[in-house]
Design a protein around this ligand. Structure first.
Ligand code: HMG
Ligand code: MG
Length: 322
């Protein structure tokens, strides 16, 4: 990393998306008890911010039904902050009742995606969000602003970097404490991500930004580098690379949390996350879902652990009797 930066800059905050962005697109929903175990395992691996669920229409996203019961069942020990995704007043009220530590409001740079996702235009979403942010803040609940389609929209095509900067500024002006820049369909490369970040950073300091890369084309880890080089220290990621958005056809999950931790530790940066515990959780949730582990790091660590186990289980060789 840029060694001219303060050493405290080497600490990166990870926002775990697996229980929400991850599970919202899984064909067979996990039972409440499995979702709860997933969140507890993630917290136990050292993750300090976990998006637990979404207060959205259960008709639209059945995987997120029971998010209220999930919040109620959380043990809430330690310093982990539990967040919820919220689309409207009904969702905010549910999140407040559930004692969510933070909420995420979500809009996009493009009307096509916003209409498919929440049934209104971008402009209408900003009008809707303004009083929600005020209400949440008055109760001491932090509000994260998700900005989707920062590279391209599945309906409207490529997004101009200046459009992303203007939208991010508007979300900040509404009172969001942090803006998560989402490459919703995962088409970005460092070649398109860097100019987008430069445009946003022209208006907004790095400390107020997070990056949210989906890994559809395998560029998630590569795209983190221009963000880190520019001082962004908040990264959204999903254990075992779970998920995608039901309203972004073909998009795969967020960059896997295991890949992000492996990269950051390799760069000498700190995350507070125990990679072995995280990888074991990724393997566990993949088995619960009956699908292959979507993290390459997770697969490698699991294979190593299996090899070690096989070696330890071998019967001791007895010396040949002469
Ligand atoms: P609508 O149909 O326009 O809303 O949906 P409505 O106000 O007309 O209500 C219709 C029904 O929905 C009513 O129920 C409401 O009670 C119910 P009915 O009378 O028919 O039984 N309803 C709700 N139920 C629970 N919680 C609520 C809620 N609001 C209304 N908050 C709405 C509008 C936004 C609710 C709907 O379109 C919706 O839920 N969309 C789902 C959006 C979603 O979850 N998308 C995936 C997450 S976004 C994402 O993944 C991107 C991100 O990761 C960043 C990135 O990758 O770029 C964040
Ligand atoms: Mg997403």
């Amino acid at each position: 990393m840029n060694r001219s930066q303060d050493v405290r800059d080497d600490r990166v905050s990870l926002i775990e998306m697996g229980p929400r962005d991850g599970l919202q697109n899984e064909a067979s929903p996990l039972a409440l008890i499995q979702r709860l175990e997933l969140i507890q395992r993630l917290a136990d691996s050292g993750l300090q911010r976990i998006e637990v669920g979404a207060f959205v229409s259960a008709k639209k996203v059945p995987q997120m039904a029971d998010s209220a019961a999930l919040f109620q069942a959380l043990p809430r020990k330690g310093s982990t902050r539990y967040g919820a995704l919220v689309p409207n007043l009904q969702g905010l009220q549910a999140a407040i009742a559930a004692r969510a530590d933070e909420i995420g409001l979500f809009t996009a740079c493009s009307d096509g995606f916003t209409r498919a996702n929440i049934g209104i235009s971008v402009e209408e979403s900003l009008v809707r969000f303004a009083p929600l942010v005020q209400e949440a803040r008055s109760l001491g609940i932090k509000v994260r602003g998700y900005l989707s389609t920062v590279i391209a929209c599945p309906f409207d095509g490529p997004t101009r970097p200046k459009r992303v900067a203007a939208m991010a500024e508007q979300l900040l002006d509404l009172g969001c404490h942090e803006i998560s820049l989402g490459d919703t369909i995962g088409v970005g490369t460092p070649g398109t991500v860097a100019p987008m970040l430069d445009a946003v950073l022209h208006e907004i300091p790095a400390g107020r930004l997070a990056v949210h890369f989906h890994d559809t084309y395998g560029q998630g880890v590569a795209n983190l580098l221009p963000a880190l080089e520019r001082g962004i220290r908040t990264i959204d990621c999903s254990v075992a690379g779970l998920g995608g958005c039901p309203y972004a056809p073909g998009a795969s999950g967020n960059v896997a949390s295991e890949e992000v931790v492996y990269l950051l530790h390799g760069l000498g940066m700190t995350t507070g996350v125990d990679l072995d515990k995280l990888a074991a959780t990724g393997q566990w949730v993949s088995e619960q879902l009956g699908r292959p582990n979507g993290s390459r790091v997770g697969q490698a660590l699991h294979a190593n652990a299996e090899r070690l186990r096989a070696r330890l289980c071998q019967p001791l060789a007895h010396p040949q009797e002469s």
